[in-house]
Design a protein around this ligand. Sequence first.
Ligand SMILES: [Zn+2]
Length: 507
Amino acid sequence: MANYYITTAIDYANGDPHMGHAFEKIGADVIARYRRLRGDEVRFAIGMDEHGQKVLKEAEREGIEPQAWVDQIATRWSDTWQRLHVSNTDFVRTTDPPHAEAVHNLVRRVQETGDIYLDRYEGYYCDRCEAFRKESELVDGRCAEHPGRDIGWTEEENFFFRLSKYTQPLLDHIAAHPEFIQPVSRRNEILRLLESGLEDISASRSRVSWGVPFPGADGHTVYVWFDALPNYLSVLGFPSEEYENWWPADLHVIGKDITRFHCVIWPAMLMSAGLPLPKTVWAHGFVMISGGKLSKSEAELVNLDSLIDRRGPDAFRYIMMREVPWDSDRNFPSVESFLQQFDACYQADLANDLGNLLNRTVAMVQKYRDGEIPGAGETELDAAADAALGSYMKHMDTLQLHDGLEDVMTIIRRSNGFIDTKAPWALARDPGAADELDAVLGALIRALARTAVALAPFMPVKSAEIWTRLGGADAVPGFDELGDNWPTRLPEKREGVLFPRIEQTRD
Ligand SMILES: [Zn+2]
């Protein structure tokens, strides 16, 4: 049994989680659950980034203490992840006291290396991004993210981090570890960035009070990357035995907009501190509707709560992972087309293909064998389902989650085709075909058992229900245990429909 440590980006304590945040958490949760079914011990951290001027201003506007403000936000986000059955083992917050200790420890190590120096910063600073902006980054003299606002000029004394020193070490690391940045498109972007050279970056701010104090410098707080990124260490209690057990992380799951932080700044900080680098950073793409430009009423239609309510949390998880590739973007031209596709995916895959297969199979075993599941030999369906499951595991091991789901659908479609070809109802009328009917029914239950296990990372609750309806004992077994755990008898209790069909209405 191996240890597997996976993280997502921590979310900025601002507003409510939306579909994009959920996509990232679901994808990471699918990986975490898959690793557990493979037999790994999994540590899975998500959390909140709770410092910065913007948080302070929001709290002041609401008239409450900043800590009370971020407490409320953290509860809302954490509740949402529970509602979506996200199985994180940790929920880290940058206002947790152990976080400041870990940041201090890390900064001190970097100071000891001589990579921190005091200098004067003069330049543009966007309040909204809470980021220094180079002149070359401005668009028409304004922050590219905030074209509607004037950008301020700031002059302050800052500590700087010698990021420039790590250009070549990072290039060397990426060359020696092609798995470090994935998918390949993101690695190429980072290589281009490194090849153009790196500049030193600010490590502190002198005018932001809501943050972790910079060690040995009154009035300074650590700047965003030295505050947020070490959450991956602080959640392990760094420096500690727990840290020794779990670091380096096996996988940082992040959005493609923050690759520079995670593939350049973070590894440089770790190199400077003399700590091992995470094994892989996976930058997923974005799911977008109308290119991200939605009116208020449109945004209301696709807010996260209403999308989860639409077909339930497990179906939402399935549809997101099925419709949006884990390694690239998906843009829907309009809210209407998005919701149409959302329902079409539910209807075709879950209500029709999977729902039908389960209902038909269970009904036939009940009717022809009185609920007793025949254990008879291997069929061509077993061979096809095993091959698809093998392909599924290859895809899941390489984080091609959407391809993994296509493999599951292959098992389901082959099974439905098998029913149509074998026509068990005809075999049941022929007393000489009893053995063949046994073989067909047994193979169908085993294909559904494989489906339940393969879907478990994507739909933890529904797949457990499938497993129970097949008469499977206890929880859905791991991949290695499935062969010794085939269901032998349907349960006495007959349940309702697992995925109710969407009734077509005409108006
Ligand atoms: Zn900005």
